[in-house]
Design a protein around this ligand. Structure first.
Ligand SMILES: Nc1ncnc2c1ncn2[C@@H]1O[C@H](C[S@+](CC[C@H]([NH3+])C(=O)[O-])CC(=O)[O-])[C@@H](O)[C@H]1O
Ligand SMILES: O=C(O)C(=O)Cc1ccccc1
Length: 243
Protein backbone atom coordinates (compact mmCIF):
# COMPACT_ATOMS: atom_id res chain seq x y z
CA UNK A 1 0.00 0.00 0.00
CA UNK A 2 1.17 3.53 -0.71
CA UNK A 3 1.43 5.95 2.19
CA UNK A 4 1.46 9.48 0.86
CA UNK A 5 1.10 12.40 3.24
CA UNK A 6 -2.12 14.38 2.97
CA UNK A 7 -1.34 17.95 1.92
CA UNK A 8 -4.43 18.48 -0.29
CA UNK A 9 -5.53 21.58 1.61
CA UNK A 10 -2.06 22.87 2.60
CA UNK A 11 -1.91 25.73 0.07
CA UNK A 12 -4.48 28.54 -0.29
CA UNK A 13 -7.14 27.45 -2.79
CA UNK A 14 -8.84 30.23 -4.76
CA UNK A 15 -12.05 28.28 -4.84
CA UNK A 16 -12.72 25.41 -2.47
CA UNK A 17 -14.60 22.72 -4.33
CA UNK A 18 -16.87 20.15 -2.74
CA UNK A 19 -15.05 17.20 -1.16
CA UNK A 20 -14.98 14.11 -3.43
CA UNK A 21 -13.45 10.66 -3.05
CA UNK A 22 -11.38 11.04 -6.24
CA UNK A 23 -7.84 9.99 -7.25
CA UNK A 24 -6.23 12.85 -5.31
CA UNK A 25 -7.96 11.75 -2.09
CA UNK A 26 -7.29 8.06 -2.75
CA UNK A 27 -3.54 8.79 -3.00
CA UNK A 28 -3.43 10.17 0.55
CA UNK A 29 -6.44 8.44 2.11
CA UNK A 30 -4.79 6.20 4.77
CA UNK A 31 -2.82 9.20 6.09
CA UNK A 32 -5.83 11.54 5.83
CA UNK A 33 -8.25 9.34 7.76
CA UNK A 34 -5.68 8.34 10.37
CA UNK A 35 -4.79 11.99 11.14
CA UNK A 36 -8.38 13.28 10.86
CA UNK A 37 -10.51 10.77 12.75
CA UNK A 38 -9.62 10.45 16.43
CA UNK A 39 -9.57 6.78 17.40
CA UNK A 40 -9.69 5.47 13.83
CA UNK A 41 -7.14 2.65 14.43
CA UNK A 42 -8.86 1.55 17.63
CA UNK A 43 -12.19 1.36 15.79
CA UNK A 44 -10.70 -0.68 12.92
CA UNK A 45 -9.18 -3.18 15.38
CA UNK A 46 -12.46 -3.50 17.26
CA UNK A 47 -14.37 -4.11 14.00
CA UNK A 48 -12.07 -7.09 13.49
CA UNK A 49 -12.74 -8.38 17.01
CA UNK A 50 -16.50 -7.93 16.64
CA UNK A 51 -16.50 -9.69 13.26
CA UNK A 52 -14.62 -12.59 14.88
CA UNK A 53 -17.39 -12.89 17.46
CA UNK A 54 -20.49 -12.25 15.33
CA UNK A 55 -19.65 -13.77 11.95
CA UNK A 56 -21.74 -16.88 11.33
CA UNK A 57 -21.03 -19.75 8.99
CA UNK A 58 -22.85 -19.57 5.63
CA UNK A 59 -23.30 -15.82 6.06
CA UNK A 60 -21.99 -12.59 4.59
CA UNK A 61 -20.15 -9.68 6.24
CA UNK A 62 -20.68 -6.32 4.56
CA UNK A 63 -18.24 -3.39 4.58
CA UNK A 64 -20.40 -0.56 3.19
CA UNK A 65 -18.37 2.45 2.01
CA UNK A 66 -15.22 0.33 2.28
CA UNK A 67 -12.76 2.91 0.81
CA UNK A 68 -9.40 1.09 0.72
CA UNK A 69 -10.73 -1.81 2.76
CA UNK A 70 -9.24 -1.21 6.22
CA UNK A 71 -12.31 -2.68 7.97
CA UNK A 72 -12.56 -5.55 5.45
CA UNK A 73 -8.95 -6.56 6.11
CA UNK A 74 -9.43 -6.34 9.90
CA UNK A 75 -12.51 -8.57 9.61
CA UNK A 76 -10.76 -11.06 7.36
CA UNK A 77 -7.98 -11.47 9.93
CA UNK A 78 -10.47 -12.42 12.67
CA UNK A 79 -13.18 -14.44 10.89
CA UNK A 80 -12.95 -18.17 11.55
CA UNK A 81 -16.54 -19.14 10.58
CA UNK A 82 -16.81 -21.52 7.62
CA UNK A 83 -18.25 -20.32 4.31
CA UNK A 84 -18.28 -16.67 5.34
CA UNK A 85 -17.79 -14.10 2.59
CA UNK A 86 -16.93 -10.42 2.95
CA UNK A 87 -18.74 -8.08 0.55
CA UNK A 88 -16.97 -4.71 0.33
CA UNK A 89 -18.83 -1.92 -1.48
CA UNK A 90 -17.92 1.64 -2.43
CA UNK A 91 -19.29 3.96 -5.13
CA UNK A 92 -15.94 5.71 -5.71
CA UNK A 93 -14.35 4.01 -8.73
CA UNK A 94 -10.96 5.42 -7.66
CA UNK A 95 -11.24 3.80 -4.21
CA UNK A 96 -12.43 0.43 -5.52
CA UNK A 97 -9.72 0.28 -8.16
CA UNK A 98 -6.97 0.99 -5.60
CA UNK A 99 -8.42 -1.46 -3.07
CA UNK A 100 -8.51 -4.19 -5.76
CA UNK A 101 -4.94 -3.40 -6.80
CA UNK A 102 -3.72 -3.56 -3.15
CA UNK A 103 -5.55 -6.84 -2.58
CA UNK A 104 -4.09 -8.44 -5.70
CA UNK A 105 -0.57 -8.24 -4.26
CA UNK A 106 -1.74 -9.68 -0.96
CA UNK A 107 -0.99 -13.36 -0.50
CA UNK A 108 -3.96 -14.35 1.71
CA UNK A 109 -6.95 -15.93 -0.02
CA UNK A 110 -9.98 -15.34 2.21
CA UNK A 111 -13.08 -14.65 0.19
CA UNK A 112 -13.53 -10.93 -0.40
CA UNK A 113 -15.90 -9.60 -3.06
CA UNK A 114 -15.23 -5.93 -3.91
CA UNK A 115 -18.03 -4.09 -5.72
CA UNK A 116 -18.23 -0.59 -7.14
CA UNK A 117 -21.84 0.34 -6.36
CA UNK A 118 -24.07 2.72 -4.44
CA UNK A 119 -24.92 1.12 -1.10
CA UNK A 120 -28.49 2.43 -1.52
CA UNK A 121 -28.89 0.17 -4.53
CA UNK A 122 -27.32 -3.17 -3.55
CA UNK A 123 -29.13 -6.07 -1.96
CA UNK A 124 -28.19 -7.23 1.54
CA UNK A 125 -28.64 -10.93 2.20
CA UNK A 126 -27.75 -13.38 4.96
CA UNK A 127 -25.72 -10.71 6.78
CA UNK A 128 -24.19 -11.61 10.13
CA UNK A 129 -22.02 -8.46 10.31
CA UNK A 130 -22.63 -5.10 8.64
CA UNK A 131 -20.12 -2.24 8.90
CA UNK A 132 -20.87 1.40 8.09
CA UNK A 133 -17.56 2.92 9.22
CA UNK A 134 -17.93 6.69 8.64
CA UNK A 135 -20.08 6.15 5.53
CA UNK A 136 -23.69 6.95 6.52
CA UNK A 137 -22.60 10.56 7.20
CA UNK A 138 -22.09 10.98 3.42
CA UNK A 139 -25.50 9.52 2.46
CA UNK A 140 -28.25 12.15 1.99
CA UNK A 141 -30.25 12.41 5.24
CA UNK A 142 -33.50 11.64 3.42
CA UNK A 143 -32.14 8.23 2.32
CA UNK A 144 -30.72 7.07 5.65
CA UNK A 145 -33.84 5.45 7.17
CA UNK A 146 -34.57 3.40 4.04
CA UNK A 147 -30.95 2.20 3.90
CA UNK A 148 -30.99 1.09 7.55
CA UNK A 149 -34.34 -0.67 7.05
CA UNK A 150 -32.89 -2.58 4.09
CA UNK A 151 -29.81 -3.54 6.15
CA UNK A 152 -32.00 -4.72 9.03
CA UNK A 153 -34.15 -6.86 6.73
CA UNK A 154 -31.03 -8.45 5.19
CA UNK A 155 -29.53 -9.38 8.55
CA UNK A 156 -29.68 -12.79 10.19
CA UNK A 157 -31.02 -13.13 13.75
CA UNK A 158 -28.13 -12.38 16.13
CA UNK A 159 -26.53 -10.05 13.59
CA UNK A 160 -24.59 -6.87 14.38
CA UNK A 161 -24.42 -3.48 12.69
CA UNK A 162 -21.36 -1.37 13.52
CA UNK A 163 -22.13 2.27 12.72
CA UNK A 164 -19.34 4.83 13.12
CA UNK A 165 -20.16 8.50 12.59
CA UNK A 166 -19.03 12.04 13.21
CA UNK A 167 -21.60 13.25 15.76
CA UNK A 168 -23.38 16.56 16.22
CA UNK A 169 -24.60 17.77 19.61
CA UNK A 170 -27.87 19.55 20.38
CA UNK A 171 -26.26 21.54 23.18
CA UNK A 172 -24.49 24.55 21.64
CA UNK A 173 -21.59 24.63 24.09
CA UNK A 174 -20.97 20.90 23.67
CA UNK A 175 -21.08 21.29 19.89
CA UNK A 176 -18.59 24.21 19.95
CA UNK A 177 -16.28 22.44 22.42
CA UNK A 178 -16.22 19.07 20.64
CA UNK A 179 -15.64 20.64 17.21
CA UNK A 180 -12.88 22.79 18.69
CA UNK A 181 -11.25 19.77 20.36
CA UNK A 182 -11.36 17.88 17.06
CA UNK A 183 -9.56 20.81 15.43
CA UNK A 184 -6.95 20.70 18.23
CA UNK A 185 -6.58 16.98 17.56
CA UNK A 186 -5.93 17.74 13.86
CA UNK A 187 -3.36 20.43 14.79
CA UNK A 188 -1.60 17.89 17.00
CA UNK A 189 -1.54 15.56 13.98
CA UNK A 190 0.36 18.21 11.99
CA UNK A 191 -2.46 19.94 10.08
CA UNK A 192 -2.26 23.75 9.85
CA UNK A 193 -5.13 26.15 10.57
CA UNK A 194 -5.44 26.73 6.80
CA UNK A 195 -5.67 23.00 6.06
CA UNK A 196 -8.27 22.54 8.78
CA UNK A 197 -10.43 25.45 7.64
CA UNK A 198 -10.23 24.68 3.91
CA UNK A 199 -11.13 21.02 4.47
CA UNK A 200 -13.97 22.09 6.74
CA UNK A 201 -15.40 24.24 3.89
CA UNK A 202 -14.99 21.40 1.39
CA UNK A 203 -16.97 19.06 3.67
CA UNK A 204 -19.85 21.49 4.21
CA UNK A 205 -23.15 20.04 2.91
CA UNK A 206 -21.31 16.76 2.10
CA UNK A 207 -20.64 15.30 5.55
CA UNK A 208 -23.91 15.75 7.44
CA UNK A 209 -23.45 14.82 11.11
CA UNK A 210 -26.41 13.99 13.35
CA UNK A 211 -26.78 13.45 17.10
CA UNK A 212 -26.63 10.05 18.80
CA UNK A 213 -30.29 10.54 19.71
CA UNK A 214 -31.25 10.84 16.02
CA UNK A 215 -29.13 7.80 15.10
CA UNK A 216 -30.55 5.69 17.91
CA UNK A 217 -34.17 6.58 17.08
CA UNK A 218 -33.60 5.71 13.41
CA UNK A 219 -31.92 2.39 14.29
CA UNK A 220 -34.76 1.44 16.63
CA UNK A 221 -37.37 2.51 14.04
CA UNK A 222 -35.60 0.29 11.48
CA UNK A 223 -36.23 -2.65 13.82
CA UNK A 224 -32.99 -3.06 15.79
CA UNK A 225 -33.36 -4.46 19.29
CA UNK A 226 -30.81 -2.09 20.86
CA UNK A 227 -28.29 0.58 19.89
CA UNK A 228 -25.43 1.86 22.05
CA UNK A 229 -22.19 3.79 21.68
CA UNK A 230 -19.21 1.52 22.40
CA UNK A 231 -16.50 4.12 21.52
CA UNK A 232 -16.30 7.89 21.46
CA UNK A 233 -13.42 10.33 21.09
CA UNK A 234 -14.72 13.93 20.94
CA UNK A 235 -17.27 14.17 18.11
CA UNK A 236 -16.39 10.80 16.56
CA UNK A 237 -18.31 7.77 17.78
CA UNK A 238 -18.94 4.17 16.94
CA UNK A 239 -22.22 2.45 17.71
CA UNK A 240 -23.33 -1.16 17.92
CA UNK A 241 -26.89 -2.05 16.91
CA UNK A 242 -28.09 -5.60 17.54
CA UNK A 243 -30.81 -7.42 15.63
N1 LIG B 1 -23.84 6.00 -1.41
C1 LIG B 1 -22.63 5.44 -1.28
N2 LIG B 1 -22.41 4.19 -1.74
C2 LIG B 1 -21.20 3.59 -1.62
N3 LIG B 1 -20.13 4.21 -1.04
C3 LIG B 1 -20.32 5.45 -0.57
C4 LIG B 1 -21.55 6.13 -0.65
N4 LIG B 1 -21.42 7.37 -0.12
C5 LIG B 1 -20.14 7.47 0.30
N5 LIG B 1 -19.46 6.32 0.04
C6 LIG B 1 -18.06 6.00 0.33
O1 LIG B 1 -17.91 6.00 1.72
C7 LIG B 1 -16.53 6.20 2.04
C8 LIG B 1 -16.42 7.08 3.25
S1 LIG B 1 -14.85 6.95 4.07
C9 LIG B 1 -15.04 5.34 4.79
C10 LIG B 1 -13.83 4.80 5.48
C11 LIG B 1 -13.76 3.29 5.49
N6 LIG B 1 -15.05 2.68 5.83
C12 LIG B 1 -12.69 2.83 6.43
O2 LIG B 1 -13.03 2.16 7.42
O3 LIG B 1 -11.51 3.12 6.14
C13 LIG B 1 -15.02 7.96 5.47
C14 LIG B 1 -14.32 9.24 5.42
O4 LIG B 1 -13.56 9.49 4.48
O5 LIG B 1 -14.54 10.06 6.38
C15 LIG B 1 -15.88 6.77 0.78
O6 LIG B 1 -14.94 5.87 0.24
C16 LIG B 1 -17.04 7.02 -0.16
O7 LIG B 1 -16.72 6.82 -1.54
O1 LIG C 1 -11.25 15.68 8.33
C1 LIG C 1 -12.27 15.93 8.94
O2 LIG C 1 -12.45 17.06 9.44
C2 LIG C 1 -13.32 14.94 9.14
O3 LIG C 1 -14.36 15.28 9.60
C3 LIG C 1 -13.12 13.49 8.82
C4 LIG C 1 -12.88 13.08 7.43
C5 LIG C 1 -11.83 12.21 7.18
C6 LIG C 1 -11.54 11.81 5.90
C7 LIG C 1 -12.33 12.26 4.84
C8 LIG C 1 -13.40 13.11 5.08
C9 LIG C 1 -13.68 13.50 6.39
Amino acid sequence: MQFNKDSLYANPLGEITTFKFDDAVVNVFPDMIQRSVPGYSAIISAIGLLAGRFSQSHSQCYDLGCSLGAATLAMRDQITAADCRIVAVDNSAAMVERFKRNLAVDEAKASIDIQCADIREISIERASVVVLNFTLQFVPVADRARLLEKIYRGMLPGGILILSEKLAFDNERQQALQVDMHHHFKKMQGYSELEISQKRSALENVLLAESFDVHRRRLMAAGFDSAEIWFQYFNFASMIALK
